[in-house]
Write a protein that binds this ligand. Structure first.
Ligand code: ADP
Ligand code: ADP
Length: 225
């Protein structure tokens, strides 16, 4: 199968604290993969290495057949902006900007003109059940609305991979399910590969496949029973 992301033997520490200790993972193009595991096991650090946010101290990460672990900060920043999308648990929206401006932001950062960016961002509101909220300051949205805006922002530029770190972690379970239903529906429609970090089995159940991180290593669920 065509692997879009390949991580091999990743190691990374924060000071004396080891976060990754030989983590390896493959992600197939178009799949939705859930990374599960207890708090502190290294899930976010693994996602950050896959997404070019952090560099591993050893091991390799390849995206679309190209090594990205040794790229400069500038090159990784460009890669993230042009080819990846992100949804996090908290605080990813700019509260003073309108919901529409928040969704348009990745396009503006990619050099799209304001009028074109707004035109491209607008249809996401109907698509994610956010009709009428375009001009609302994002700081005034409910938690579920804010996460749907964040999802639109993560997908608006047509990323090849959407990285989602506990995207429902701040939501009650019903609202979280609504966000996950939309995430799956839209990612499938766009053919976007999704790498999802969650510690909740109910959220991981939306994925095509799951792996477990324990003590900085990736194991398959069958091996951890
Ligand atoms: P998870 O996402 O599974 O909760 P993390 O990858 O966030 O795990 O963290 C793995 C380990 O690395 C934890 O012990 C955590 O405290 C530590 N860690 C992660 N990021 C940092 C950081 N920026 N500075 C210091 N320690 C960190
Ligand atoms: P998660 O487990 O979802 O990553 P955390 O609250 O552990 O949530 O981490 C949130 C952010 O803080 C991450 O970017 C992580 O790298 C960083 N972080 C985690 N642990 C530490 C720590 N001990 N010191 C500093 N930063 C940390």
């Amino acid at each position: 199968a065509a692997m879009i992301l390949l991580a091999s033997e990743l190691e990374r520490s924060f000071g004396e604290t080891p976060a990754l200790r030989g983590a390896s993972l493959q992600v197939e193009r178009g799949e939705m993969l859930a990374i599960m595991g207890p708090s502190g096991s290294g899930k976010s650090t693994l996602l950050h290495c896959l997404a070019g946010i952090l560099t591993p101290s050893s091991g390799t990460v390849s995206f679309d057949g190209v090594r990205i672990d040794g790229l400069s900060e500038d090159a990784r920043s460009t890669l993230r902006r042009e080819r990846f999308g992100f949804v996090f648990q908290f605080g990813q929206l700019v509260p003073e900007l309108s919901a529409l401006e928040n969704v348009a932001l990745p396009l503006l950062l990619n050099g799209v003109r304001r009028s074109a960016a707004v035109k491209q961002a607008a249809p996401w509101f109907a698509r994610l059940g956010l009709d009428g909220l375009e001009r609302r300051r994002s700081g005034e949205l409910s938690g579920g609305q804010a996460q749907r805006v964040a999802l639109a922002r993560g997908l608006v530029a047509g990323p090849e991979v959407l990285f989602a770190d506990e995207p429902t972690g701040a939501l009650d379970s019903l609202t979280g399910e609504q966000v996950m239903d939309l995430l799956v529906e839209v990612a499938r429609a766009e053919g976007t590969t999704v790498v999802l970090v969650t510690h909740e089995a109910r959220v991981a159940a939306y994925a095509d496949r799951e792996v477990i991180v324990r003590d900085g290593r990736v194991t398959s669920p069958a091996l951890t029973a």
